[in-house]
Design a protein around this ligand. Sequence first.
Ligand SMILES: [Zn+2]
Ligand SMILES: [Zn+2]
Length: 323
Amino acid sequence: MLPIFWHDLGQTADTRCMRIQHALVGLMLCACSGTPTGADGGSADASADVGAEASVDAGTSLLDTCSATVGATVPAFYKTYFRCTDLSVNGSNLVISTKGQPPYKTYYYGPASTNYASFDTSRGNQYSPNPNTIKVQSVTFNVPLTPTAKSNLTITSGLIDGVVGTSSQEYKMGSAGVAINSVIMFNPLAAPGDDIENEKYTFDDYNGHPEMTGNYHYHTTTKGPLQVLSKLGFTTATEPGTATIELYGMMCDGTLVMGCTELSGATPILTGFDAQNGHAHDIIDNNNQTLLTNRYHVHLCPTKWTSNPRKFTPEIQYYTTCN
Ligand SMILES: [Zn+2]
Ligand SMILES: [Zn+2]
């Protein structure tokens, strides 16, 4: 049996690349022609400034050595928690730029990289790497400092179906967010016939993987961002579900992706979540400082919250703009 998986691909005419995954050995082949897609799928998105920078070597930096520039007027929330990303303020927007280089060792840098590690096989032989290698990206988002919620949007379970193209409210395919360690985040969507639950077997031990243009990304919880919080002294534990404070990153529209805790370390109130474990309230740090006002965010905590087991990045874009 040779099922065809369309995850990480769009369903538009721009999609000219398809992967065939052998059901038994997990061997992934990729046949590309024509214009390269810029991301997990869909066409290269000009507004997200997706591209490769050949002048920068991939896989040469770790959390202690990665470069970053931070503008003086960048609000405390971003200044405090984001690492290895360039941050500035332009008018009413936070400008966040990343090269998408995970600041840790992973198989996906390839054996020539100083950041290469062997693929983690301890999770079982159903895990095997895909054939892609990380390349330097250039992704910039202009995130409103005060995002505007869409009017007349209620995020119900009917909207959360994991299938691309079933709602105009979905996040775009490809780069759709930035984790606090500078790794790019994708939405959790798969085109009909595919399932992200199959794709997960190509994740490295940080739950990341690159698509065919070398864009390494997360769809789910990961210890990578929690290692930033550990460096900053907010937690010692870094496995998802165990950290004192769990913040993963921010989607392009300003939606935060958090884990089992609020930014203060408090346990969220589980009642009142929408269908993607989202709710809006002030984001208050562990010193009782309000860093963001009434900000929508989702909480991913599948290991602890069996009644709310959502584990993937949000599917529906709550705020109006993703540029
Ligand atoms: Zn993916
Ligand atoms: Zn919350």
